[in-house]
Design a protein around this ligand. Structure first.
Ligand SMILES: [Zn+2]
Length: 426
């Protein structure tokens, strides 16, 4: 049985407060800090690797800017707004991208809205066929990259979109979705979120079936946004590698959105990949601590959710600007840490570009990835290690998930719930 969706003012109120902590799509001017030019060696190493980023929010940015029809912005030209367009993707050496079909944590029509975002990605790919092509398998990714195009994959953000229905999960897979974060910022009927109160202690039995069905379909189970207990449950249940498409290391930056060391060790055993998020509040420890302290103080002072929301907004408007942004070195420190705890085979990049309002100095947009390669080489990473971080690891995990799916499809039937029979009207 699937429990009914909880309703009531408490849930909505919590959402309003939590939503404030989600990066909004406002751009700040980039600092003119001096960044050393990328070395020739780094350029060559970067170009010979396969850079596959785990999370880019361009689809929601286009929706937010009123361009569902894809007629306002010409992505084939370098734009002065946003963090993503084709010239900058090319300059940054992006060869594969998970385009996020994000919707807000709670939404009146989650499935419909995610379908609209998936439709947008399909139309985006169709509009720029010389540069983008939809990829559904690991072989697709390799073929498309070989043809000089950017392999475009669809990643779902938040299991709310399946509306507690495994048929919907299969339908989203059929539409091309190849990962799903089990939750976004709100706890669901079947999984606890990182930024919300826990209700289930991780996954419910239905949540475990969601993971099993994702394994059977070959859709990557994404542990970004979920609570540590949910990560733990997902890792216990899954038969395929998991990813964290856009999360960093908790040990370096104590944001609930990051992955703690005990889970990094489990991801190593699982064969999965944690893809480092560039958002300053997930990279810089001091920023994460200040946001957390402000949130707790304001929540204690304003029992009325609307007032709390306003107060947090005001705080963020003034104090938010004073929080540290971090640098490329901070991002590299997170990579180093994940390598230390989980190993070089289990780290990747999940920028969150176009979904963040603050980012490390020098990592301004999708054109700046070669600076990470440069920094890793300076730290003594070998060419093949750099290539693993850039994308070889996620390619391996995705390929393995496809193999597991094939095996499971020959062994187990789909997870299906019986429904109350309905009469057929003539
Ligand atoms: Zn996210």
């Amino acid at each position: 049985m699937i429990p009914p969706r909880p309703t009531g003012p408490g849930r909505a109120a919590r959402f309003f407060v939590l939503a404030l902590l989600v990066p909004f799509a406002i751009r700040e001017a980039t600092a003119g800090d001096e960044i050393p030019p990328v070395s020739d060696r780094a350029k060559a190493v970067h170009a010979s690797g396969l850079l596959w980023d785990g999370h880019n929010d361009l689809p929601w940015e286009l929706r937010a800017k009123g361009d569902m029809a894809l007629t306002k912005f010409d992505l084939s030209k370098r734009m002065k707004v946003g963090q993503t367009d084709i010239p900058r993707l090319r300059e940054g050496g992006v060869k594969a991208q998970f385009w996020s079909v994000y919707i807000p944590s709670e939404h009146a029509n989650p499935a419909k809205t995610v379908i609209e975002q998936i439709d947008l990605v399909h139309r985006l790919v169709a509009k720029y066929p010389r540069d983008l092509e939809l990829a559904l398998t690991a072989d697709d990714v390799e073929r498309i990259v070989k043809e000089g195009k950017i392999a475009s994959l669809i990643g779902m953000e938040g299991g709310i979109a399946i509306e507690n229905d495994l048929a919907m999960l299969r339908a989203f897979h059929a539409l091309g979705a190849r990962y799903m974060t089990l939750t976004h910022n709100s706890t669901l009927d079947w999984a606890d979120a990182a930024n919300d109160k826990p209700k289930h202690g991780g996954l419910t039995p239905f949540g475990e079936r969601v993971v099993k069905e994702m394994n059977r379909l070959g859709m990557l189970v994404d542990i970004s946004h979920v609570s540590v207990a949910t990560m733990d449950d997902a890792l216990r249940v899954t038969k395929a590698p998991v990813i964290a498409s856009h999360s960093s290391a908790f040990a370096l930056c104590p944001s609930p959105r990051n992955v703690p060391d005990e889970i990094l060790a489990r991801v190593k055993e699982n064969g999965g990949v944690v893809m480092v998020n560039f958002y300053s509040n997930f990279i810089v420890a001091d920023a994460a601590k200040k946001v957390r302290a402000a949130r707790e103080a304001i929540l204690a002072r304003y029992p009325d959710p609307a007032a709390g929301k306003k107060a947090l907004e005001e705080w963020y408007k003034t104090e938010g600007k004073t929080l540290g942004r971090g640098t490329i070195k901070d991002v590299a420190d997170h990579i180093d840490h994940i390598v230390k705890v989980a190993g070089i085979d289990h780290v990747g990049l999940g920028s969150d570009f176009d979904g963040i309002n603050r980012w490390p100095v020098g990592l301004d947009d999708v054109s700046t990835y070669p600076r990470i390669t440069d920094e890793l080489l300076r730290r003594g990473y070998s060419e093949s290690d750099v290539h693993k971080v850039l994308g070889a690891n996620v390619l391996r995990a995705f390929r393995r998930a496809g193999e597991v799916a094939k095996q499971l499809q020959s062994e187990v039937p789909p997870e299906v719930d019986e429904i109350t029979p309905e009469p057929h009207d003539d």
